[in-house]
Design a protein around this ligand. Structure first.
Ligand code: OAD
Length: 257
């Protein structure tokens, strides 16, 4: 792992300016500053809800009403959240021609709300509900009311169109994400603990294909030593805002726009 001299943010800005065709891979950490708790860690959702009981397809098929306790909380929290400076910064980097796509594990829709246009939703999103019996799709806001379990026209309980443990990644998202990882110049990995496969394989795929991997996270992860070329300890909003500033107003050594 390179530290980029004394300032890894400048090193990351230099890589982005030189190579330009960057892709971001984001996780729950990027939405923490929007008020959405992450999954792991002290305040994480999986501390309150055991994922084996609340977040597997098997658990949903066995007791959908129970799984909806967790899902209702997620939909409510995400529904009240707004994009933060990190989401806005990635959208700005796309408009500047620096970032070409965002691959997100998040289901909160905040990248799109911030104006990012090319967003690959690796784990689906909460906007839609799907019937796992007849595959009919519904808009969540039209079909779900808080405190109730939404039903399909066929009478079965609907599931948000998100990936639960035990479900495959939607094929188009997986294919597009791997293609982006294989062909990008820089992969910006922001706010993910990199513990969930296959999303956690994308940084290694990018690196093996020649990309520089820049990791932004207040805590080191398993990627920090093994895969990251540049590790930037810090919060997503602070670091992404600084990167946008450096790329908009380059100084010698940063290259830039
Ligand atoms: P995690 O909760 O596992 O990890 C969140 C990461 O964000 C941690 O590494 C934190 O250190 C970091 N973090 C916290 N605050 C941050 C901030 N302000 N700025 C930047 N980083 C911060 O979340 P994910 O890695 O996204 O999947 O979890 C991956 C998947 O596990 C989720 O998509 C979900 C979950 O189970 C499914 O439900 C299928």
């Amino acid at each position: 792992m390179r530290g980029g001299g004394s300032d890894p943010v400048r090193e990351a800005a230099r890589l982005l300016a030189e190579r330009r065709n960057a892709v971001a891979l984001t996780g729950a950490g990027i939405s923490v500053e929007s008020g959405i708790p992450s999954f792991r860690g002290a305040q994480g959702l999986w501390g309150k809800y055991d994922p084996m009981e609340y977040a597997t397809l098997h658990a949903f098929m066995r007791s959908p009403g129970k799984v909806w306790e967790m899902l209702s909380e997620m939909i409510s929290v995400c529904g009240f959240a707004s994009p933060n400076a990190a989401h806005a910064g990635l959208s700005a980097l796309e408009k500047m021609g620096v970032v070409r796509a965002v691959i997100t594990q998040n289901v909160d829709g905040l990248h799109q709300a911030a104006g990012s246009r090319r967003v690959i939703e690796y784990h689906g999103n909460l906007d839609e509900l799907i019937c796992v019996y007849c595959w009919k799709l519904f808009e969540t806001r039209k079909r779900w009311v808080i405190g109730e379990v939404p039903l399909c026209d066929c009478g079965q309980i609907l599931k948000p169109n998100v990936v639960l443990f035990g479900e495959p990644i939607p094929w188009p998202a997986q294919e597009q994400a791997e293609e982006e990882a294989r062909t990008c110049g820089v992969l910006l990995v922001i706010g993910t603990s990199a513990q969930v496969s296959p999303a956690c394989d994308l940084p290694r795929i990018a690196k093996e294909s020649g990309a520089a991997v820049v990791e932004i996270n207040p805590e080191p992860t398993q990627l920090t030593r093994s895969v990251a070329d540049v590790y930037i300890p810090g919060t997503a909003s602070d670091i992404v805002t600084r990167l946008v500033g450096l790329l908009k107003h380059p100084s010698p050594g940063t290259g830039g726009h």
